[in-house]
Design a protein around this ligand. Structure first.
Ligand code: PMP
Length: 355
């Protein structure tokens, strides 16, 4: 039976990414060797890195003055790398969830951190809007999509100080105005590649301003200078990322994906709002297009486990909500077909009829 993959991350990737990467693992570009067993300094792999970097810039319309990096260590490493490179006296953070809190915690190791606002009191079910960004902060950090709580900032905000964003779970889901950001980072394992890779988009001019010594591996300038090849990069995830970037380009680019993502999310949210058994957990204006969180309505709470099993029997995989929200979370990343969303909606309708 066909599985509908709603996993939150690692999560569904385009079929072409998986197939092309599988081929390169067996025989890379017809050279008679696996991509896993050749030098990252070979001309064949260098071409992969160059093309992935160029296509990444092209798809997000990243202008001159910004560098794109592919690094190990996941998004969590960036929680520390950002302050290492940008924190001098004070930083400001918007606390919108578990990952934002973790980023903030790392920054506190470097000095004064202002939490400009938090939605913790409401279990992070909305994105705070009323706050002041201190004009003397070295940077302001946001998490544009809160994977666990299903809230998302749908616009690129204005910030009086350099803006830093964790876009782990919504990168490439909509066009972004990169010029509004000093730095954007994320783990690749949602909309881009298998786990093991982080991407960083950094405005070159924000670097080199802190007085501390930065360990070589944690200094963005090292990786800019060496084209993400200061040390051995995660070659297979980079290869897979290139395949996903090509897939996005062939589809027509990010604005086409945004349109499809809006359609998929609207279909599912409409059903959550209509169906007597379920209700959404996130504030309506902040509802994520990538992670759609919902729970059983109070009077049907006892049916939660049964619906989970019912959905699993229909091949709907990965819809269990994170333990800090409960209920269900359907992740509708770029590669998830509309047909999978419709399959989930059909299951919700069928389950409603039976109860
Ligand atoms: N930020 C966000 C928004 C995430 O969703 C995640 C992982 N789900 C992380 C950071 C941490 O990513 P990693 O596991 O790559 O460190």
């Amino acid at each position: 039976m066909k599985k509908h993959n709603f996993n939150a991350g690692p999560s569904i990737l385009p079929q072409s990414t998986i197939e092309n990467t599988a081929k390169a693992i067996l025989d890379f570009d017809g050279i008679g060797l696996s991509i896993m067993e050749i030098s990252h300094r070979s001309k064949e792999f260098q071409a992969v890195m160059d093309e992935a970097t160029a296509l990444f810039k092209e798809l997000l319309a990243i202008s001159e003055g910004y560098s794109v990096l592919f690094l190990g260590g996941g998004a969590s490493m960036q929680f520390a790398m950002v302050p290492f490179n940008l924190f001098e006296k004070k930083a400001a953070y918007l606390n919108t969830g578990t990952w934002a809190s973790k980023a903030l915690k790392e920054a506190k190791l470097f000095g004064e951190v202002i939490e400009v606002a938090s939605s913790k009191e409401a279990n992070f079910n909305y994105i705070p809007k009323q706050y002041t960004i201190p004009s003397d902060a070295d940077y302001f950090h946001i998490t544009t999509n809160n994977t666990i709580f299903g809230t998302e900032l749908h616009e690129d905000i204005d910030s009086p100080v350099p803006l830093v964003a964790d876009m782990s779970s919504d990168i490439f889901s909509r066009p972004i105005d990169v010029s509004k950001y000093a730095l954007i980072y994320g783990g690749a394992q949602k909309n881009l590649a298998p786990a093991g890779l982080a991407f960083v988009i950094v405005k070159d001019s924000v670097l080199g301003k802190v007085s501390r010594a930065i360990p070589t591996m944690l200094d963005y300038r090292t990786h800019i200078k060496e084209g993400s090849m200061f040390n051995t990069p995660p070659v297979v995830p980079v290869y897979a990322a290139l395949q996903t970037l090509k897939w996005m380009k062939e589809l027509g680019g990010i604005s086409v994906l945004e349109k499809i993502n809006k359609e998929k999310a609207a279909l599912l949210y409409d059903e959550i709002d209509r169906n007597k058994l379920f209700k959404g957990t996130a504030a309506i204006e902040d509802r994520s297009l990538m992670n759609i969180c919902f729970v059983m309505n109070d009077e049907y709470k006892s049916l939660e486990e049964e619906f989970g099993k019912f959905a699993a029997a229909k091949g709907l995989i990965g819809i269990k909500g994170h333990r800090s929200v409960g209920g269900f979370r359907a992740s509708t990343y770029n590669a998830l077909p509309k047909a999978s969303v419709i399959a989930l909606i059909d299951a919700m309708k069928e389950f409603e009829k039976a109860h």
